[in-house]
Design a protein around this ligand. Structure first.
Ligand SMILES: Cc1cc2nc3c(=O)[nH]c(=O)nc-3n(C[C@H](O)[C@H](O)[C@H](O)COP(=O)(O)OP(=O)(O)OC[C@H]3O[C@@H](n4cnc5c(N)ncnc54)[C@H](O)[C@@H]3O)c2cc1C
Length: 328
């Protein structure tokens, strides 16, 4: 531990600092770890550098009976204002980098998807340009089966390297065992994706770069990428779009506290500096209720909500015969 690390009274922080190579922060502001920029602190945040740091997180969670929260680039996370009373763990520099072996690419799970998409274009692969639009990590992308512009992780994933926090060991899981479907996987809750192997086809670098530029331009034109948000708040119901349904009930006019529906895309909630997680969640509930009342469709949140929300929950009164939105 370096001399400039602040002293701590928290035995959990002290135990993790003793064991981890990566940075350990007590009372860590979660809002800085997520793209929505709201939410209370995590009791402790570990920026894991190596497997031994993850071993320590699993061990300290067990010893202190604390839950863990795996945080990627926080681009699909809504953390409660009360924060996270356990250990939040991210993958640091030690989980970056990639290797190419013929048509297979094995990359560290901390690789940001947009830069990985560019690197793989430069390596002469095609088919992964869609990932340039998704501001998550490779690990978060596997967990969510991220996808865009006609592609998704399940199209390429051969296997994932999982670190199990409860046993402190690595396992290799073939993609077929991960239960990947629309914005969802069946990963065990203690599984940290630490690396993933993708199969990609060869292509012309210049063509793929042009495709990436087009995709990025489309995003700038159609999504509020310069305001804090978490991407699509709801999954699209079968055969319809959540954005269309929300717009049809006047959702674009809605604002609660510091959170509002984006004027550019109705399935995006954007926050201002005064926003709270409760504002965002209350807006999610209101949108669900309005859409259920008008269309009979109950939208399913895509954003992952974690921590204790002191509210009545997200259940909505569904009219008779209401359809459940597709997805996880
Ligand atoms: C502007 C914007 C546009 C977006 N567009 C898209 C889009 O087009 N398509 C799309 O699919 N998504 C989109 N998203 C949502 C988001 O980028 C994806 O869901 C992404 O896969 C989340 O990755 P992350 O690393 O940020 O995960 P986080 O948000 O940090 O976490 C999401 C979930 O994954 C888990 N997790 C994260 N890392 C790991 C890991 N290494 N191992 C195990 N579990 C992990 C977390 O515990 C959590 O349950 C968008 C988001 C934004 C802000």
């Amino acid at each position: 531990m370096s001399a400039d690390v602040p002293a701590t009274d928290d035995p959990v922080v002290a135990a993790l600092r003793e064991a981890c190579e990566g940075e350990v922060t007590g009372a860590a502001p979660i809002s800085e770890l997520t793209t929505l920029k709201v939410g209370g602190p995590a009791r402790v945040h570990v920026d894991a550098m190596r497997d031994d740091d993850l071993v320590a997180v699993g061990r300290v969670c067990a010893e202190h009976d604390l839950p863990w929260l795996i945080v990627g680039r926080g681009s699909n996370l809504l953390v409660a204002d009360a924060g996270w009373h356990g250990i939040a763990v991210s993958l640091g520099r030690g989980f970056r980098g990639y290797e190419v072996d013929g048509e297979l690419v094995t990359a560290g799970a901390a690789e940001p998807l947009p830069s990985l998409a560019v690197k793989l274009a430069n390596e002469g692969f095609r088919g992964f340009a869609w990932a340039a639009a998704v501001p998550g990590s490779l690990g978060g992308g596997v967990r969510m089966n991220a996808g865009a512009h006609g592609g998704e992780m399940a199209d390429h994933l051969v296997e994932a390297e999982l670190f199990r926090l409860s046993s402190g060991s690595r396992e290799t899981w073939p993609a077929a065992n991960l239960g990947l479907r629309y914005r969802h996987s069946d990963l065990p809750s203690d599984a940290v994706v630490v690396a993933a192997t993708l199969r990609l086809a060869r292509g012309e670098t210049e063509e793929v770069r042009a495709e990436i530029s087009e995709i990025k331009q489309w995003r700038r034109d159609h999504q509020p990428i310069n305001e804090p948000n978490c991407g699509s708040v709801f999954t699209n119901p079968e055969g319809d779009s959540a954005g269309r349904l929300i717009e049809a009930v006047g959702g674009k006019e809605l604002r609660i506290g510091g959170a509002g529906v984006s004027a550019l895309h109705a399935n995006f909630i954007v926050t201002t500096p005064t926003a709270t997680a409760a504002d965002v969640r209350s807006l999610i509930r209101t949108l669900r209720q309005r859409v259920a009342d008008e269309s009979g469709i109950v939208l399913r949140p895509e954003v992952q909500m974690v921590g204790d929300f002191d509210d009545e929950g997200l259940e909505v009164r569904a009219p008779d015969g209401a359809a459940d939105g597709r997805g996880g």
